[in-house]
Design a protein around this ligand. Structure first.
Ligand SMILES: Nc1ncnc2c1ncn2[C@@H]1O[C@H](COP(=O)(O)OP(=O)(O)O)[C@@H](O)[C@H]1O
Ligand SMILES: [Mg+2]
Length: 286
């Protein structure tokens, strides 16, 4: 059964929705190691959400269509298992926080998923407290999820997933409906999860955040894989990103413009600190 040591391995993955004329995904290949965070970026309609749903088995088991290729999660063939089984390994956080919340209190909200998993009652309280602690909502147990801010609601949605102790967490545009404060709250949680070794996938349009939080980046466009590799390497391919109507983090764009205007070839870093040192060094030399 154990196919390999990787957390996620996708090979030759293609998917066609019923009645669609073109494939939503075409020959996608990438892998994610344990403890790594992968960022997926690409224009709307690129196939990001479809790809995420292929990794937890929702596609093709619930959302049907023609699928080719393989997806292994923790060495298990996702398309042979069932979705309920997969949800023990892969947790999913969606774009709209309210749509993921259904219970009267925060504590019941986190307990809900645990009940579905068949976690014994006596273990629930500890797991609920631990999950709320991880997202900074401890002490809010008796409040209504509806009384929370957008950022808090999304943190609650994350807690509900964390309580199920998945190995892999997938977040599909978790901050795109949030205000700047809410975005920061969610990314603070993500930083802490990353520090604790969480394996995950984040789909987000904000390349600054992706560059900061992700080890690797996959760029999708019209169902095709355009680039896959370490974040710094992907964001250094600025011309390719521009052709796809995308862009690199602003600091990387700045270094790129500097190179173009001054006929230089400084490294296209994604880090502000490194960029400052690069420019200072270039200035001294000139
Ligand atoms: N249920 C569906 N039935 C048919 N086509 C779909 C369905 N969901 C998505 N698509 C199509 O598949 C393509 C990829 O969509 P999606 O994965 O949602 O892209 P993204 O998340 O990158 O915006 C789009 O062309 C979209 O219209
Ligand atoms: Mg999407």
């Amino acid at each position: 059964m154990l196919k390999n040591q990787r957390a996620i391995e996708v090979s030759g993955l293609s998917f066609l929705f019923p009645d669609a004329e073109v494939k939503a995904l075409r020959n996608i290949n990438f892998s994610v190691d344990y403890g790594e965070i992968l960022g997926i970026i690409g224009p709307t309609g690129a196939g990001k959400s479809t790809l995420a749903m292929c990794i937890n088995g929702l596609v093709p088991q619930v959302i049907q269509g023609e699928l080719e290729g393989k997806v292994y999660v923790k060495g298990l063939d996702v398309h042979k298992g069932n979705v309920a089984k997969m949800s023990e390994h892969v947790g999913f956080v969606f774009q709209e926080p309210e749509n993921q919340l259904s219970q009267m209190t925060i504590e019941e909200e986190v307990a809900f998923g645990l009940g579905n998993l068949g976690v014994p009652r006596e273990q629930m309280e500890g797991r609920i407290k631990e999950a709320l602690q991880q997202v900074g909502l401890l002490g809010f147990e008796k409040r209504s999820p509806l009384a929370l801010s957008g950022g808090q609601q999304q943190r609650l949605a994350i807690a509900s997933v964390l309580a199920m102790k998945p190995t892999i967490m997938i977040m599909d545009e978790p901050t795109s409906m949030l205000d700047p404060k809410g975005k920061n709250e969610v990314y603070d949680v993500l930083r802490s999860l990353k520090e604790h070794g969480m394996t995950g996938i984040i789909i987000d349009h904000e390349v600054e955040r992706i560059a900061e939080y992700c080890d690797k980046v996959l760029v999708l466009n019209e169902g095709e894989e355009q680039m896959f590799g370490p974040s710094a390497e992907v964001f250094a391919q600025i011309d390719t990103l521009h052709q796809l109507t995308m862009h690199a983090p602003q600091v990387t764009e700045l270094l790129h413009q500097y190179n173009q205007k001054n006929k230089q070839d400084v490294k296209l870093s994604t880090s502000i600190e490194e960029a400052a040192a690069i420019l200072e060094n270039a200035y001294i030399k000139s």
